[in-house]
Ligand binder design. Structure first.
Ligand code: F6P
Length: 323
């Protein structure tokens, strides 16, 4: 089976980017180990602090953030990082050529129940003019990413990665510590009978989303003429992994509760990397008002609505807006 390094070379990734990705993944392997120790290492449970999003931080959120922050700052390749767990941009090497945004532990409430969690990341070039602590360089549309991916800490530790030449999925072989290419060039089926949404929020959705979901729930007897199944992992990384493996549509749609939070998911380190992976696998990723990758960010922790997955199903979902 092909190793990560050789696939990245095949895809034409520059050497420095390959080295950066490998450095990042060394951090993820350490997170994978800490996560697998669970209660034995005393890493479960919450801290007494909240992150900038107002969410209580889990001990593993803080540990994972520190691991990635340390390894990326020391690498020399990175000018600055932005993380879900950091209020502001963290400056690293003033001569670094890359910017990295990450959610160190997506779905961390699942740590308490030994369920799926993961690290999500995106990488862009660092502009020459940028001071390491300047957040404005992170405010680039997702189309500027040079690489994005996630590491899923499940029964196997798996990596989904794109550098813009398809989406490839690797499995960590813990016997030698390398990621092996187990699912080359994945393609998401264009049609699906599976959807993911937190239905407890239904009353806060726009009418078009309510009627789309009602039509899915109506099954064979309804306008869609087929029965749908529903799945919700409560960790985007787990739901998107299922979509890459067998298709589906995942939605965290516009929510009218708080105009300052039009969606739940964060653009830089959740929506954008998943959108890049999905598009490279033949799927679609939209906010409901346009392609996620074309959204011009206004701040590093910006949230956006997310409709992502099998091409035809996302198109159908979007068509309800104009009904
Ligand atoms: O913070 C993001 C996240 O945990 C996603 O990983 C996941 O899809 C979603 O929030 C879960 O949201 P909810 O708490 O509404 O189930």
């Amino acid at each position: 089976m092909k190793r990560l390094n050789s696939q990245l070379q095949n895809d034409g990734a520059p050497l420095e980017l390959i080295l950066l990705i490998r450095t990042l993944l060394a951090g993820c392997k350490e997170i994978s180990f800490r996560v697998s120790q669970g209660a034995l290492a005393g890493v479960l449970g919450s801290t007494l602090s909240e992150n900038v999003q107002g969410e209580t931080q889990k001990k593993l959120d803080v540990i994972s953030n520190q691991i990635l922050k340390d390894i990326l700052s020391e690498s020399g390749y990175v000018k600055a990082i932005s993380s879900e767990e950091e209020d502001d941009v963290v400056g690293c090497n003033p001569d670094g050529n890359y910017l990295v945004s990450f959610d160190p532990l997506d779905g961390s409430s699942n740590t308490e129940i030994n369920s799926l969690i993961g690290t999500i990341f995106s990488i862009t070039h660092a502009p020459q003019w940028m001071e390491p602590n300047d957040p404005s360089a992170f405010l680039q549309p997702g189309t500027q990413m040079v690489a994005a991916g996630y590491v899923l800490y499940g029964p196997s530790t798996m990596l989904a990665l794109t550098t813009g030449r398809g989406t490839h999925i690797y499995t960590l072989d813990k016997t030698h510590g390398g990621f092996l290419l187990t699912h080359p060039n994945v393609k998401v089926p264009e049609q699906t009978k599976e959807f993911s949404i937190n239905a407890s929020n239904q009353r806060h959705w726009e009418p078009s989303m309510q009627s789309y979901i009602n039509d899915l729930l109506a099954g064979e007897e309804g306008p869609r003429g087929k029965n749908y199944n529903m799945r919700w992992v409560a960790a985007m990384v787990g739901d998107i992994h299922r979509l890459l493996c067998r298709g589906g549509i995942f939605m965290y749609p516009y929510d009218k509760r708080d105009p300052a939070k039009p969606g739940k998911l964060r653009l830089l380190y959740e929506a954008n990397p998943m959108a890049f992976l999905m598009e490279q696998a033949g799927g679609l990723a939209d906010t409901g008002d346009g392609r996620i990758l074309e959204v011009m960010p206004t701040e590093i922790h910006q949230r956006v609505p997310v409709l992502i997955g099998s091409k035809e199903e996302v198109e159908t979902c979007l068509s309800y807006k104009s009904k």
